[in-house]
Write a protein that binds this ligand. Structure first.
Ligand code: JFZ
Length: 436
């Protein structure tokens, strides 16, 4: 009897602490295994595209800022990307070493890149008349790239959504959030059931009409449609950058910067290859060195990189952007073992280096040659058996007063990122983070 009462007490305690825990953690019910599979991919392609590319200005944001609303909203009538080739885009992603691809099916301007039955403002009413989202989903399947869909919450075009412009604060009294949310559900049902995305990338959750309750409602709705579809954290009201109690969604989305190291919460940084999300003629492009170091630093922080490109109005990816992506692919062919399926750390990333690890190996991504030898704190409980550059020469090392001292050559073997391998005597994946 006493045992039974104790057991019941324990159960009550357990379930109430579970309840409390539920309120303190993000609103997310994805399996750990699915998220681990996602985080193993490390590198994906973001694509921002739509009729706005005819003006070369920023998608969504340039409506009423540089491009008049009437001009912007009529661009679709001239959108005819005759050179669009879904296979070519997906092959560009694959050859860059990217493992997934995320397309803006609907951005803040409300235009839909698929033949939705719920809005006439879609690709079938352009001269092009082809399902861009469907073509990409099919090509991704063919080339074994995970297909993902960006879908904005805020929609400055739709009259049911209360705000019709960036900077608007007074809600339209004729708008109706309940109807708008139903419209979202209808479209999300189309997207999930027709294209089976691996992940949904929400956005535009910061405006006042969108509430935390809306986010949880959509999250539950999607979970019923597909228990495994991954959902980013821009459905709730918390910050994008980190997961918190206010978060609805499965992973954090720092934007235009590498996220901070986090060994528990999954995250993905979205960063543009040029400066604009959508195509801009002659836009400044990041160097190969910047791209490689961004990817290495992201992996070093235990996150993914979603690198954005903006294809041109005729449907092609600019050759200089494609070339940069091919260079990334060649680098990854050689150094991919230090990026894919690794964990970040144990050394904290900084401007000099980023560390990743897999099994017994710790990879040191060196961005800069120190004046003398490279000095790292010894890894507690583990011993270095061998040190060498990945695909390269051995590196002499010694241990001196809890410091690992590595003698580097005059010139590092790769000026963008020289990857050193430390082969340890034990698995290094769960070693606590080490401050240098
Ligand atoms: C958002 C989009 O607005 C942007 O166009 C792009 O799609 C990016 C991936 O995500 O970026 C933001 C998010 C929030 C703000 C501005 C841009 N904000 O709060 O001002």
């Amino acid at each position: 009897m006493i045992k039974q009462i104790q057991l019941i007490g324990l159960l009550i305690l357990l379930s109430s602490s579970l309840l409390i825990a539920q309120q303190e953690v993000p609103y997310s019910s994805i399996s750990k295994k699915t998220m681990e599979g996602f985080m193993d991919k490390r590198f994906g392609m973001f694509i921002h595209w739509g009729p706005v590319t005819l003006r070369g200005t920023e998608i969504g944001w340039s409506r009423n800022h540089g491009v008049s609303q009437s001009d912007y909203d009529n661009l679709y009538k001239k959108f005819d990307p005759v050179s669009f080739d879904a296979d070519a885009w997906v092959k560009t992603a694959r050859d860059a070493g990217m493992k997934y691809l995320t397309i803006t099916a609907k951005h803040h301007d409300g235009f839909c890149l698929w033949p939705t039955a719920y809005s006439d403002y879609n690709i079938m009413n352009t001269p092009f008349k082809k399902d861009v989202v469907g073509a990409l989903a099919k090509a991704c399947k063919k080339y074994k790239i995970k297909f993902c869909i960006y879908y904005t919450v805020l929609d400055w075009y739709d009259r049911r959504y209360p705000l019709h412009n960036d900077g608007n604060t007074v809600p339209d009294p004729k708008a109706d959030m309940q109807q708008f949310v139903q419209y979202m559900k209808n479209q999300l049902t189309e997207l999930v059931t027709n294209y089976h995305p691996y992940m949904l990338w929400f956005d535009g959750n910061w405006e006042a009409p969108w509430t935390a309750a809306h986010g949880r409602d959509i999250y539950d709705f999607l979970r019923k449609l597909d228990p495994e579809v991954i959902i980013n954290n821009r459905l709730g009201k918390g910050t994008h950058e980190v997961m918190s109690a206010a978060t609805t969604g499965d992973y954090a989305t720092p934007e235009q910067k590498v996220g901070g190291i986090n060994m528990t919460d999954p995250w993905e940084s979205c960063i543009t290859l040029c400066t604009q999300w959508a195509w801009k003629p002659g836009d400044a492009m990041k160097s190969l060195q910047q791209c490689i170091r961004t990817l290495a630093s992201t992996a070093g922080g235990n996150g993914n990189l979603l690198l954005n490109i903006g294809p041109m109005p005729d449907g092609r990816i600019e050759e200089r952007q494609a070339a940069r992506l091919r260079e990334m692919g060649s680098w990854l062919k050689k150094y991919g073992a230090s990026v894919y399926s690794t964990k970040g750390g144990p050394f904290l990333p900084d401007s000099v280096l980023a560390a990743t690890r897999k099994g017994n190996k710790i990879y040191i991504h060196l961005f800069q040659k120190p004046a003398g030898p490279l000095k790292l704190p010894a890894v507690p409980g583990l011993r270095v058996k061998k040190a060498y550059f990945l695909q390269g020469d051995k590196v002499p090392f010694r241990l001196e007063q809890e410091q690992l001292i590595l003698s580097l050559p005059q010139q590092l073997p790769d000026e963008n990122d020289a990857v050193l391998v430390l082969e340890m005597d034990k698995n290094a994946e769960s070693v606590p983070l080490i401050r240098k």
